[in-house]
Design a protein around this ligand. Structure first.
Ligand SMILES: N[C@@H](CCC(=O)N[C@@H](CS)C(=O)NCC(=O)O)C(=O)O
Length: 353
């Protein structure tokens, strides 16, 4: 991690645990919004901002999905770090179909953080929303980025998609909170636990959440209301990594995902939406998680699992493909395949499969 702007020790997944061995995630530091009235001058503009992501990362992926659902591909550029953690954290290698840093020529993401704040102390995490003009970080918290992408670029975005409609806000909040605590972050608390007690406690809550999701999705197409919301994005990013990484590496293996048929059907439905499918690089997800030496010292990446619900989704999917499908995604009622079939089909009012 960085201490007062200097990289100090080799990358470790856990730098902070509580007295009982529970993993503690750091608070995000850069929390600005984009607004025409921004006191910081971060106003909405085409081509000014850049999103740094890792395809391994569920938090970065939620921003990526929102960006594409809102049709902002041509407004905010994106680049991806190598999903494998180096001894100095995220690195721009250009390998595995990822990018070199196009803006600052950085080798490591931590250099982006010290460009923004030469005295930065903390972990250099993705996602990062970067301001090209001021050469600084606008925001590095994906929960904020969901709000920013949903609203702050309204002048350029697709207004017909609202990922957080006011009428559903009160329902969205508690579902998001439970998902975050017990599932999105819960799998990490299981995987990064440093005592048996902390692991047992976390894994229990992961499976209680899967039971709850199964129940909820047995009677509903979406998690909140009768439309796609940011809550679906939040659930998706963990579900799609479940079999690929969390079941094995994070020991969330009491039951396979296939024991939850309504959840798997929901995941498959979301994968039919181009913005969701384009956020998934299965090989990068595996290469990234299995590069965490503290959990997998020899760095061996498993061949499987083969997953029917992933269909033809592979690492070759490109952002261009996603933007070609942007018009199909425009109305969320859309169902399209990743093979380039972008024909919109009405899907929300149909029976729940
Ligand atoms: N609260 C942050 C968490 C971001 C986060 O922890 N990202 C992980 C990848 S999944 C990361 O960059 N880890 C690198 C590190 O901790 O050094 C968010 O949601 O944006």
């Amino acid at each position: 991690m960085l201490i007062e702007g200097r990289w100090t020790e080799n990358w470790q997944p856990v730098q902070k645990a509580d007295a009982e061995g529970r993993f503690i995630r750091q608070e995000s530091r850069f929390r600005h919004r984009i607004s025409t009235r921004s006191e910081w001058g971060f106003t909405p503009e085409r081509g000014r901002y850049h999103l740094y992501v890792a395809y391994l990362c569920p938090w970065a992926s939620r921003a990526l999905i929102a960006l594409r659902l809102k049709g902002l591909d041509d407004v905010i550029s994106v680049s991806a770090v190598d999903p494998r953690l180096s001894e100095q954290g995220w690195e721009f290698t250009g390998a595995l179909g990822t990018d070199r840093d196009p803006l600052e020529g950085a080798r490591y993401l931590h250099q982006i953080y010290t460009q923004a704040d030469p005295q930065f102390t903390g972990r250099a995490t993705v996602p990062v929303l970067w301001d090209r003009r001021r050469r600084t970080i606008v925001n590095n918290e994906s929960a904020d980025l969901l709000l920013i992408l949903n609203r702050d670029f309204d002048a350029f975005a697709d207004p017909s998609i609202d990922l957080r409609p006011a009428a559903l806000e009160r329902e969205i909040e508690p579902v998001n909170a439970r998902l975050y605590e017990d599932f999105n972050n819960g799998v990490y608390r299981a995987g990064f636990a440093v005592t048996q007690m902390a692991y047992d406690e976390a894994v229990e809550r992961v499976f209680a959440t899967l039971d709850w999701l199964e129940d909820r999705l047995s009677n509903a197409r979406w998690l909140v209301g009768d439309q796609l919301t940011e809550t679906d994005i939040r659930a998706f990013v963990t579900l799609v990594r479940y079999d690929l990484a969390y079941f094995g590496l994070f020991k969330c293996n009491r039951r396979p995902l296939s024991a939850y048929p309504a959840v798997v059907a929901y995941l498959a439905r979301l994968l039919e939406i181009p913005a969701f499918a384009a956020s998934v690089r299965p090989e990068q997800i595996k290469a990234g998680y299995y590069s965490i030496k503290a959990l997998n010292p020899n760095g061996i990446v498993p061949r499987g699992p083969q997953l029917d619900y992933l269909g033809a989704i592979g690492d070759a999917a490109t952002p261009t493909q996603a933007s070609q499908c942007a018009s199909a995604t425009r109305r969320v009622i859309t169902v399209a395949t990743v093979n380039g079939d972008c024909r919109p089909r009405i899907a929300t009012s149909g029976p729940v499969p």
